[in-house]
Design a protein around this ligand. Structure first.
Ligand SMILES: [Zn+2]
Ligand SMILES: [Zn+2]
Ligand SMILES: [Zn+2]
Length: 405
């Protein structure tokens, strides 16, 4: 802002009135906004509104600071033991021939190629439990972006440098509406970022040249082609004044006055308020890992519903604490890798606020069977007891497009 604008007062007709200084932030009290201060425009997809206020500067440690390259290594210092007792794996899975056959009948029912009678031909030799685990990493992420805004200056409140320097976008204290909210957004003005500047579009005159008449204020009369006279009706060779332009040869422009129209940028106010608008977005990203069990690959396991939840913990990006599970050593590797990937994605506009990790049990049994003198195996897995025959269902029908084969 030109320093002269604030103190020229009414003496200089080209200067705007001095901006009204808002009360200092301390006067706003706990989380209260000044009467003229626009409340932030929240667009929240969860019902709980964010709490916000300004803290200048924010107390150290009260909020995560912008990501620093060297500040976010993953340090695994003896991962804590899993917070559950491995002995008490309470998994609901089929344990008898009857239960296995019931799972097959239920899984294939409705499939036109499936003949329920074939189930009777199965002899079940062995049922072995080999449960799988689903590791889920939820990453709660906040992004902050600034956008320059302008509007005509109409003597509105100007929260600008006269109140102190504008804070860094990450130093504005705004709480998310809810931890691990799926999606939420909040828009507010960046404190002390406003200024009043002359309108460039109209050179601070409030008017621009009319496009219709090129700023002339009139246009050539189309009725008489600008001559001001027309052939007299019924008297060839004689002329009379053009009735459209009264003999002037031109008409006043209907779009403007004297060739000028009001400036659309400043709406004729000659000055603009410019400020930084701060948009804060929250989202939760989910990453899943399942370790292969026999021929059951992650693509099979991901269709299964979990049974019991073994563990759910929250941690900060400063101390993410990858999860360890003694029943599935791959989980620690996956956890470390997924957390690392999420931390890598942080940048000046985006940071991780919190991690939430959980491990769920996917019940899996491997069933060794004999069918028509041939031995084989299949799996019953998931809380809803899905069935997977690695080599296709042996008792299926002979149609060419059998979907259960
Ligand atoms: Zn015009
Ligand atoms: Zn005319
Ligand atoms: Zn203007």
């Amino acid at each position: 802002m030109d320093k002269g604008h604030g103190d020229q007062g009414g003496s200089n007709p080209s200067a705007p009135p001095p901006p009204h200084a808002p009360p200092p932030y301390e006067d706003f009290g706990q989380g209260q906004f000044g009467a003229e201060m626009k409340p932030p425009n929240h667009e929240v997809f969860d019902p709980v509104p964010p709490t916000m206020g300004f803290v200048d500067p924010p107390p150290a440690g009260a909020m995560p600071m912008p990501p620093e390259p060297e500040a976010t290594p993953i340090v695994i210092l003896d991962p804590p033991p899993p917070p559950y007792s491995e002995c008490v794996l309470n998994v609901d899975c089929p344990t008898s021939e009857e239960e296995v056959k019931a799972a097959m009948l239920n899984f294939y029912k409705g499939d036109c190629c499936f003949d329920p009678k074939t189930v009777d031909g199965f002899f079940i030799h062995e049922i072995t439990q080999m449960h799988a685990f689903r590791y889920v990493l939820d990453t709660f992420i906040e992004t902050r972006t600034l956008e320059e805004m302008t509007e005509p200056y109409r003597n509105q409140q100007i929260d600008g440098p006269q109140n102190g320097p504008s804070p860094d976008k990450w130093a504005v204290f705004v709480n998310p509406p809810q931890e691990f909210v799926t999606k939420a957004k909040s828009v507010m003005d960046l404190p002390r970022s406003a200024n009043v500047i002359p309108c460039n579009k109209c050179h601070s005159t409030g008017f621009t040249a009319c496009n219709s008449c090129n700023g002339m204020g009139f246009s050539r009369c189309t009725w008489c082609s600008g001559s001001g006279r027309r052939d007299k009706t019924g008297a060839p060779g004689e002329y009379e004044n053009c009735s459209s332009c009264n003999g002037m040869g031109r008409n006043n422009c209907t779009w403007c006055q004297l060739g000028r129209i009001q400036c659309r940028t400043c709406s004729g106010h000659r000055f603009l308020k410019v400020w930084q608008s701060l948009t804060i977005r929250w989202k939760t990203e989910g990453k899943v890992h399942e370790t292969q069990r026999g021929e059951l690959k992650p693509k099979h396991l991901k269709k299964a519903k979990c049974g019991e939840m073994l563990s759910s913990t929250k941690s900060t990006p400063q101390n993410p604490q990858p999860l360890n599970c003694s029943l599935d050593r791959n989980i620690l590797t996956a956890s470390t890798q997924l957390i690392g990937e999420q931390l890598q994605k942080q940048n000046m506009n985006s940071r991780v606020l919190q991690f939430r990790q959980s491990i769920g049990v996917i019940p899996v049994v491997k069933v060794i069977y004999q069918f028509k003198n041939k031995e084989g195996h299949f799996y019953v897995f998931g809380n809803t007891r899905l069935v997977y025959f690695p080599g296709g269902y042996p008792g299926g029908c002979a149609c060419c497009c059998c979907s259960i084969m």
